[in-house]
Design a protein around this ligand. Structure first.
Ligand code: B1N
Length: 831
């Protein structure tokens, strides 16, 4: 019962209760101190930095809360079709600055904290970033939900609340050592747990048929065990538009029934162990990137979050009695790679077994609700679940997949009678090397649209990865080139450049990045170029300071800053970058070139290797070894430096990218699906040295070939060379500098004279070199010589850099979202 004066209608009082605090300094200080005293339970005098940070975060939340509740209420009153983004990863980065930017509170907060004798700079450093993703795929999901909120498109992001995100990387004697990421340890002020909206999730057991009340034969799943999914909500604020969407991450908990039965059995220790077992499901993010982990726990994670999310949307967000035949009018689920594809049989199970819809009708609904984005081209990276495992863990889902497959193959046979090879190639269930469920095939069969993430990738996806599918369903396949959010990666990360841009063209670019085109004439303005160079220099000195404090590097500010940051993977070819550095070192060390003749450069690497990826970890060791040799050579002081700050993450990227002059995007052509780091660098005024791969192709086309350093084999040439039989040692034999560089590493020049240390890396390049680093070495060095020559003319270089900024508006994730909306989702914004 509602207490209080009757004259105030309930709904008005409810609205009053969520009115935001006054957005001025006094209003902020009052609210902040209230949070510190009553929320955190400390006085200002006794508060630790962590207390202050937590109170600040909660205060900032208050400013967004009314909008959030309104967005939820509005969706109930006047529902429109929403996007359900299903992703096993969200690499969010720090939340505080993003929220301040969205709510336009930075000025008020800076002044208000100053009145309390505190500094925003200190407090923001206290935040542990939620690293709930590995790399590009997880960061893309974070950019997409940011853009949807900014476009006022209703979206629920669904994922997993990993207790441990991507590991914290440390180096011990130059080798990677992983530490657990305890991002929740000091409190997590951005999340809202909702245990009352928990969802049960079942596993294992068997299925049985039975005769229903109406006389029809049905199947039911009798599971063996289950867990509870507890949702944690996060605000996803749009940029100054009053829209706040929701990110809902699921955490696994033991069910009461589960441990009670064991408690009652008297075994307390077993009961507690059972709890641990259940809660393992959301314990840790798999640290694999661009490769699947075929582990049972990973399949449990996938089904866990997908089952929670579908039930949440279908039975909580929608009314329990909603007519599910109209489901496609209310939701469109986007499958972020194959990780959530088990959602397809789960939806069929809900519709057929739980809601008792006829199979064909359920299939019709399901097909209208899903679309699939593929993020890879590496055949070994496509998920295939062993039939035995899937059947044991999700017996009913296996039956459903089997029936989907049977009906699909019947269709293929009808269209292509007698072509049993084609049937085998297309089957969702493969027979070889073991019986397995090909998740990409299941996704393609069930989805309205299938897209790649850059033009080249989408074309190769059609022609090489799923050629039979694109032949029977050409209209299913489309491209949506990736994008990055200009809020975090330009406006927030690069305040100096943002200020310069806004001064020149106004601030409309923050939500309409095509406006950057208006900078184009300024590339011809000498005084603008000079100011642009000042900005770059200031960003470099900000980075040099950070790397001194964070990692103990002493780096000069003047040299060209050459950056390669991305996951460590052979296909991305950090080893090719190393061969360039070793060659420069060797030219000087051998006296072939005087140090004074070299264009000074500082190389920065940032890269985590999957803990089980041995060759990647050896490469990290080699980068660190080359760095310490180069950095300790007095002859190279001010000429060549190499920095490899540990634990590259979103937060470090925000300082690194704005400082870069040169962006390294050097994957073997046809291997990098898109890349998104490449976009962030160009947008911040770095020039790219890159292969004809992924989104590099589109970046080069847009910025102009004169403002991009292209090199290397083209994708068809890679295919030809592979077909001929690639012999890496032939390149070693025929290129003296390449031979010298590899010999230097092999001789122990970077390992205190020990030839064994890096023998495996050298031998791998010489005899295997799956990604043709040696074949592209000479072209790469030639392109680097062009870079040096171009950089010598600083004025011309900054002209090119400004043109990169001016022409990269296309790579806003706002544009990517508009493409998804127009071509795939057909959703409308809320006014
Ligand atoms: O997705 C990014 C692309 O820009 C990159 O080119 C692409 O490599 C990346 C399994 C992946 N593809 N596949 C993954 C990540 C985790 C995992 O467990 C695969 N990541 C990509 C965004 O489109």
């Amino acid at each position: 019962p509602v207490k209080g004066p009757r004259s105030v209608p309930t709904h008005e009082r409810a609205l009053e209760a969520v009115r935001a605090p006054a957005a001025d300094v006094d209003g902020f200080v009052r609210e902040f101190l209230r949070e510190l005293n009553f929320g955190q339970g400390v006085s200002l005098a006794r508060a630790t930095v962590n207390d202050q940070y937590l109170a600040l975060a909660r205060t900032v939340r208050h400013y967004l809360m009314a909008r959030w509740l309104e967005a939820i209420a509005h969706q109930r009153r006047e529902p429109v079709k929403a996007v359900g983004y299903l992703s096993a990863e969200y690499l969010l980065g720090r939340q505080l600055d993003n929220a301040l930017l969205a709510a336009d509170l930075e000025g008020v907060v800076t002044d208000g904290l100053a009145q309390c004798g505190l500094s925003l700079d200190t407090l923001r450093e206290q935040e542990e970033e939620p690293g709930l993703g590995n790399g590009g795929l997880g960061r893309l999901a974070a950019c997409f939900i940011d853009s949807l909120a900014t476009l006022s498109v209703p979206c629920i992001g669904y994922g997993i609340r990993y207790e441990y995100g991507i590991f914290r990387q440390t180096f011990v004697d130059g080798r990677q050592v992983e530490q657990p990421d305890t991002w929740l340890a000091l409190g997590s002020p951005w999340e809202f747990p909702h245990p009352e909206s928990s969802q049960p999730v079942n596993f294992a057991g068997h299925t049985e048929t039975f005769v229903d009340d109406d006389g029809s034969e049905r199947t039911r799943w009798v599971p063996e065990w289950g867990v509870i999914g507890v949702p944690y909500n996060y605000m996803v604020p749009g940029y100054r538009n009053g829209r706040v969407n929701t990110l809902r991450l699921w955490s696994a908990q033991a069910t009461k029934a589960f441990d009670l039965s064991i408690f009652n059995g008297g075994d307390y220790v077993d009961a507690v162990r059972a709890q641990t077992f259940a809660e393992n499901i959301s314990k840790v993010l798999y640290p694999e990137d661009s490769t699947p982990q075929g582990k049972e726990l990973r399949l449990q994670q996938q089904y866990f979050f997908v089952a929670c999310s579908l039930a949440d949307f279908m039975f909580e967000v929608l009314d329990k009695d909603f007519d599910l035949t109209r489901l496609p009018e209310r939701i469109v689920f986007q499958l972020n790679d194959t990780h959530p594809v088990i959602a397809v049989p789960e939806m069929m199970r809900l519709l057929v077994d739980v809601k008792k819809l006829p199979w064909d009708q359920a299939w019709e609904i399901t097909r209208q609700c899903f679309n699939y984005t593929c993020h890879t081209l590496l055949p070994e990276a496509l998920e295939v679940w062993p039939v035995d495992l899937l059947r044991r863990l999700l017996p009913r889902h296996y039956e459903i997949i089997d029936r989907i497959n049977a009906e699909f193959l019947a269709d293929v046979r009808a269209r292509f009678p007698g072509d049993e090879m084609m049937v085998r190639r297309m089957s969702i269930i493969s027979d070889y090397p073991e019986r397995g469920v090909r998740m990409a095939h299941l996704a393609t069969v069930a989805s309205g649209r299938v897209n790649g993430v850059a033009e080249l990738h989408s074309q190769l996806l059609r022609d090489k990865v799923l050629p039979d599918f694109s032949r029977i369903w050409p209209e299913k396949f489309t491209n949506v080139t990736n994008g990055v959010t200009p809020r975090r990666f330009l406006r927030h990360a690069n305040p100096s450049l943002s200020g310069l841009i806004t001064e020149a063209i106004g601030d409309g670019w923050v939500t309409d990045l095509d406006k950057l085109q208006e900078l184009e004439p300024l590339a011809g303005d000498a005084s603008f170029r000079a100011r642009f160079r000042e900005v770059k220099r200031a960003n470099k000195s900000r980075l040099v300071n950070l790397l001194r404090e964070r990692d103990g590097y002493e780096l000069p500010v003047e040299p060209m800053l050459d950056v390669m940051v991305k996951r460590l993977h052979e296909y991305k070819r950090q080893s090719l970058k190393l061969l360039h550095i070793v060659t420069l070192y060797d030219r000087i060390a051998s006296g072939r070139v005087a140090a004074s003749q070299i264009q000074p450069r500082t190389f920065v690497f940032g890269a985590k290797a999957a803990p089980g990826y041995w060759m990647a970890k050896e490469t990290i060791h080699l980068i660190n070894a080359v760095a310490s040799t180069v950095n300790s050579d007095p002859a190279l002081e001010g000429v060549l430096h190499v920095a490899f700050p540990a634990n590259y993450n979103v937060t470090l990227a925000e300082t690194l990218i704005p400082a870069a002059d040169l962006s390294e995007q050097i994957s073997l052509a046809g291997k990098e699906a898109s890349g998104t780091g490449n976009m962030k660098f160009a947008l911040n005024g770095a020039l790219t040295i890159g292969t004809d791969d992924g989104a590099n192709v589109e970046i080069r086309r847009l910025v102009g070939e004169d403002n991009f350093f292209l090199f290397g084999l083209l994708e068809p040439e890679v295919a030809d060379l592979s077909a001929q039989g690639y012999v890496p040692s032939s390149f070693y034999e025929s290129d003296d500098e390449l031979k010298r560089a590899l010999d230097l590493i092999a001789a122990g020049a970077f390992s205190g004279g020990n030839p064994d240390t890096f023998a495996p890396v050298v031998s791998n390049l010489l005899h295997e070199d799956r990604f043709m680093a040696l074949a592209d070495y000479r072209a790469y060095l030639d392109a680097q010589a062009r870079v040096d020559a171009a950089y010598a003319d600083q004025d011309a270089w900054s002209r090119s850099a400004i043109l990169n900024v001016a022409r990269c508006g296309f790579f806003s994730s706002d544009r990517s979202m508009r493409d998804y909306i127009d071509r795939i989702w057909h959703t409308d914004p809320v006014s």
